[in-house]
Design a protein around this ligand. Structure first.
Ligand code: PMP
Length: 360
């Protein structure tokens, strides 16, 4: 058996020890005689798995008291609607920071539910940087401020947490949550689809400050009201049990590794090595301002786009998969989430240098 290095933006690689443990536990979880996928979500076995996963996530992120952690379905895309449905009523419209493809989607959805103001945009720079704090024009009456700390497609990351005063700060952390420690207390809501750093697709994590729960508009569907899930421990209906369990194994893997500070050190090293290789070459280029470069998603172009298909085919033959950039921006993109080993990044760099030598 040989495992490839999969540079997909998500679903992405899972840590091998997690997959091995899931394999060991597949037919009979801890003497229960059941696979986790076969368990009642209300049975004591799954309840213990669910509680352990939440406790481990709280420990990893040092989530303060006063926040609920929800394990939901629907992906980050459902949060694009849930956030305005639950928060819009708190003020006069909301402020959104527009930094790339995913914040644009969040904005388009929020417009269905209320007034959306663009507090800042970097569109005129083709989304190659995060705006500075002093570029943010925030409205006094805003119900909340929404931003995307890491734009998965453009590979642009905020190097700071926006200061939004008393307004709740809402963050789509789909492609950055668990990549490093964060100060949860600075946020009203953090949400993330699981399929990058957390676990398999099908699970969405929402961390929500308790005072923001319970003000959904009257027409809000039950399943889209944070209160429904907060009051039921994410068990109002059948939660994504197996994905929740696998995420729990990922949390344990992160704890064994030394937690998020240790993970951050490794992630920073991986990204720095890859950007250094790109910057050292005239053959490869990354368009993002150095101060806004993502640790997780590294887009790059080849000097001659005619070579793209050859690059991808030869990379694949070397076991370096899914390096094609998003169809909206073209070129290449290497997503190097938590589970991407350092040696994989080194293997990619070696391949890129060799490819340049033969084609440059
Ligand atoms: N936001 C960001 C930043 C993302 O990267 C993605 C997925 N690539 C989404 C939202 C959409 O997530 P989902 O597919 O879970 O709805």
């Amino acid at each position: 058996m040989s495992r490839a290095y999969n540079f997909s933006a998500g679903p992405a690689m899972l840590p091998e020890p997690v997959l091995r443990r899931a394999m060991d536990e597949m037919l009979d979880w801890h003497g229960s005689g059941m696979c986790v996928a076969e368990m009642s979500h209300r049975g004591k076995e799954f309840m213990s798995i669910a509680e352990q996963a939440e406790a481990d996530l709280r420990e990893l992120l040092a989530i303060p008291d006063g926040y609920k952690v929800l394990f939901l379905q629907g992906g980050a895309s459902t949060q694009f609607a849930m956030v305005p449905l639950n928060l819009m009523g708190r003020g006069e419209g909301a402020d959104y920071i527009k930094t790339g493809s995913w914040s644009k989607k969040a904005i388009a959805e929020a417009k269905r539910f209320g007034a959306v103001r663009i507090a800042a945009t970097t569109e005129e720079d083709r989304f190659t940087r995060a705006p500075a704090q002093d570029e943010l024009a925030l409205d006094a009456g805003s119900a909340y401020v929404h931003y995307t700390p890491n734009e998965t497609i453009e590979g642009v990351e905020f190097p700071y947490i926006p200061d939004v005063g008393e307004r709740p700060l809402v963050a789509d952390m789909s492609s950055t949550l668990l990549s490093r420690p964060i100060d949860v207390a600075r946020y009203g809501i953090i949400y993330a689809g699981a399929q990058k750093n957390i676990g398999p697709a099908g699970l969405t994590i929402v961390i929500v400050r308790e005072d923001l729960i319970g003000a959904a508009t009257e027409q809000t569907p039950t399943m889209l009201d944070y209160r429904t899930h907060a009051e039921s421990g994410s068990m109002y209906n059948t939660p994504p049990t197996y994905a929740w369990y696998l995420a729990g194994l990922v949390f344990q893997w992160l704890k064994d590794l030394g937690g998020l500070s240790a993970m951050a050190t490794i992630n920073e090293r991986k990204a720095a090595a890859l950007y250094a290789a790109i910057d050292a070459s005239d053959f490869y280029a990354n368009p993002v301002e150095p101060g806004s470069r993502s640790w997780m998603n590294v887009p790059f172009t080849l000097a001659d786009p005619e070579l793209d298909a050859k690059f991808l085919a030869e990379a694949k033959a070397e076991g370096l998969l899914t390096l094609k950039g998003h169809r909206s921006v073209g070129g290449m993109r290497a997503s190097i989430y938590n589970a991407m080993p350092e040696e994989a990044v080194q293997a990619l760099i070696a391949f890129m240098q060799e490819f340049e030598r033969r084609n440059g």
